[in-house]
Design a protein around this ligand. Structure first.
Ligand code: NDP
Length: 438
């Protein structure tokens, strides 16, 4: 921090709300857990995972009559699942502490300082997968179906963890000297608790926000998928009989998760880390939403064994490959450029701020080509589930809303950062996510 600068001066009051302010934050905080449970009950083996489960009558049949009963509420909580979840979280923390990793500096904070992050999500990923595989080799697929069987209990445990973390971080943010997020210091308890009051909370060198983003969220997503493959293998008499659709979903998700682990340091320049505080939005998003909704297609295939013909397999692989190519090459172009390299000799424009903006290559086609790739992949992940239920297509629908909203937030942030230069850039690159359309 510059000499003479008081922390209060660095923590101005937030005057502009996002997500429709406190009412919006309140509604999202209530709706997210409801959607998480609804996705389970609306797309479970009991409901057949079929469209009628979306109808009111069917919902009443599957869930409604039971919702009022004490047993139904009790079924949401499971002590075995809770201890297993706690053990899983402890495993992630211990792996972070023990496994080797480079310490990498993040971006410059408003205090002038930089935080250091330990980059070892990839070894944690390999360790977790190895343990799962060792269990399966030793005990067969039935040794790893626990996650399928304890799904609701695990969701509840993860939800409780996200509530505890958001609340503890909110309370801790009132200690003297805490650096707050510019958008999380409104003074409204509900809003600040939801959006995140403190910028990079943690204990010592343990930063909770970056830790949660990859380890207990994405690695758990991978383990859930593996458990779903095991469930199908048990039902179909071994791994050799597991459907191509299930293997495809596992392969696509694994590629995505591995990519995130491999490029862990790219996380430190994202909006989640540099701009957003750590509140319920991030804790529930990382700990519950990512693992338990992104794996929905695999859970559906565990009990609905969709068979794809050779043409179907080829088509789905092509869609995913197209999405991944755009996603990886667009992110690669920007990462190289932001790290001072320009191997493709792309054109760029100078800005008064000193940072250059690419205007050819992927970043000359639209403002967020990486979002486009991500969206195409999200569709490819659902195609293996066929077309007999819309529920497995929940992910691309939700993801489109998230990315359009994120693009608008980034547009505002860039307008502030770059001023008139951003207007100039938008004239040169008018499309936001889909060239020629949006
Ligand atoms: P971007 O990677 O699009 O980054 C936006 C930033 O890039 C801007 O703030 C600006 O920052 C810089 N930038 C903008 N235009 C240019 C340009 N022409 N040339 C160079 N730099 C430019 O957004 P995100 O951080 O939101 O996304 C990162 C990845 O994460 C994406 O691939 C996205 O799909 C993915 N993602 C996935 C989610 C999931 O749930 N699966 C959720 C959210 C994101 P500056 O100029 O300051 O460098």
């Amino acid at each position: 921090m510059a000499k003479g600068t008081k922390i209060d001066e660095l923590n101005p009051r937030t005057t502009k709300y996002e997500f429709l302010g406190p009412p919006g934050a309140f509604v999202i905080s209530i709706v997210v857990p409801i959607v998480l449970y609804a996705l389970y009950f609306g797309c479970s083996e009991a409901s057949g995972g079929h469209p009628p489960s979306l109808s009111l009558a069917s919902l009443r049949e599957n869930v409604g009559s039971a919702v009022g009963s004490v047993e139904w509420w009790r079924s949401l909580w499971d002590w075995d699942a809770s201890f297993a979840y706690l053990g899983w979280y402890a495993f992630c923390v211990a792996s972070w502490a023990v496994l080797p990793g480079k310490w990498v500096e993040g971006t410059t904070l408003r205090t002038g300082g930089k935080l250091k992050y330990k980059v070892n999500a990839l070894p944690t990923f390999f360790l977790a997968i190895s343990i799962a595989l060792a269990l399966i080799i030793r005990g067969g697929p039935q040794a790893f179906t626990f996650i399928y069987e304890k799904w609701v209990g695990l969701v509840s445990a993860a939800l409780l963890m996200s509530l505890v973390q958001a609340t503890a971080c909110y309370i801790a943010s009132f200690r003297p000297g805490a650096l707050l997020a510019l958008g999380g210091n409104s003074g409204n308890v509900v809003y600040d608790w939801f959006i995140g009051r403190e910028l990079n909370p943690g204990i010592g060198c343990f930063d909770i926000s970056t830790f949660n983003e990859l380890r207990p969220s994405m690695i758990l997503w991978e383990l859930i998928d593996i458990s779903m493959v095991c469930e199908q293998a048990v039902r179909r008499g071994g791994f050799v009989n597991v459907t191509a659709s299930m293997w495809l979903v596992l392969a696509f998700h694994t590629l995505y998760v591995f990519d995130c682990m491999y490029n862990e340091s790219a996380l430190f320049t994202t909006m989640d880390v540099t701009t957003d505080g750590f509140g319920f939005m991030l804790s529930v998003g990382d700990l519950v939403w990512i693992p338990f909704t992104f794996s929905l297609q695999a859970r559906y295939l565990a009990f609905c064994h969709v068979e794809l013909g050779a043409l179907g397999v080829l088509g789905v692989i092509t869609v995913n490959a197209l999405g991944y190519w755009i996603f990886r090459s667009a992110n690669g172009e920007k990462n190289e450029f932001r790290n001072g390299r320009n191997p493709k000799n792309l054109k760029y424009m100078d800005t008064k701020r000193g940072t250059k903006l690419l205007i050819t290559g992927w970043w000359g086609m639209c403002q967020h080509p990486n979002y486009l790739g991500d969206l195409i992949m999200s569709v490819a992940w659902c195609l293996p589930t066929g077309f007999s239920t819309p529920i497995t297509y929940f992910y691309p629908v939700y993801f489109t809303v998230l990315l359009v909203h994120r693009q608008m937030r980034d547009d505002e942030a860039c307008a502030q950062k770059y001023g008139d230069d951003w207007k100039k850039y938008k004239k040169l690159v008018p499309y936001k996510i889909v060239p020629g359309i949006y």
